[in-house]
Unconditional design. Sequence first.
Length: 351
Amino acid sequence: IIKVNNSEKFIKNFRNTKNTLFACTISSIETTKTIPISGVNAKVIDYTPAADMELVVLGKSVSLAHPPIDATNCPSPATITRAVVDLLKTSCITIDAGCNVKPKIPHILAEKEPTGDINVGKGIKNSKLLVETGKILGKHLICDKLILGESVPGGTTTAMGVLIGLGYDVRDKISSGSVANPKDLKLSVIQNGLSELKTMTEKASSYDIMNAVGDNMIAINAGICISLAERNIPVLLAGGGQMAGVLSIIKEISPETLTKELIGISTTEFVYNDPNADLQGILNQIGKIPTYISKFDYEKSSVDGLKAYCSGSVKEGVGAGAMATYAYLNGLKPEDIREYIEKYYYEWYNE
Ligand code: AAM
């Protein structure tokens, strides 16, 4: 694990496996149906959030014949999270923030409608309400510490939209689920969405910005963090740019939440060291956030699809980076995760 702005007070909470909860908020984004902004494989994109969490919870995807894949046919990062959940027997809950295909596992319905079309400035119907929903959920989660992730295909674009709307310099700093990050396309979609907003209001609030170009997960996860910090329960945000988006919203609507050493972020080395991005450059603009980067030994993998992570496929998602950090804090090694995935890979993908 590489640590930046380490807070021992924060991270020591994650050095045991007692009452840990992994919560994953999932949503579809309507824009991905018409504009190829996402690195997730277009053929399975609607099924991906559901099939990701089925794999994590059941050890197999049931909504799809195999777990999700990215555009280069590489395995979903849910494979990493599944390995950790099974090896450390971690409790999981799935929060449905509007996914077009519902997971065939018990889940909490937080929002019925998917994230809308950000290209026309209609990302979230009512982000203020969704933050409140997240806060209510956060009041009732039972755990000593929370690892909070997402599966939202297209979500790196909505996160980029929220950060740009709030005035952050992120243009060349956000990773993507694809090898060739379609930055210009993503930026033009965001500019279209934000231009709709400008014609509506003079000074846009963070809720207006989320409503225009945000996704349901960002609002709900921000609300959950705010509640848990009030209850003195630490949260490790699981992701890179998408969780930077969550942090930027928390900073706007509840800055005190970030002052208590109760919120940290963890992602994979594939996102953190992405030559097409600069996550640390975004986090530095938000504040001094405890940041943990998990390393993998995928260059050694016998599975081509895992090796491809080293050259920019997939990179992160479904809590993978933070779950690996959590695993390493509790005695597992990179090869334990890799060997687990290699063992099940052929069964999962029927190869
Ligand atoms: C989640 N499941 C995935 C996956 N993700 N399965 C295969 N590949 C991925 N990359 P983008 O904005 O390019 O769509 O990247 C974000 C998505 O990629 C999210 O769903 C994230 O969890 C990850």
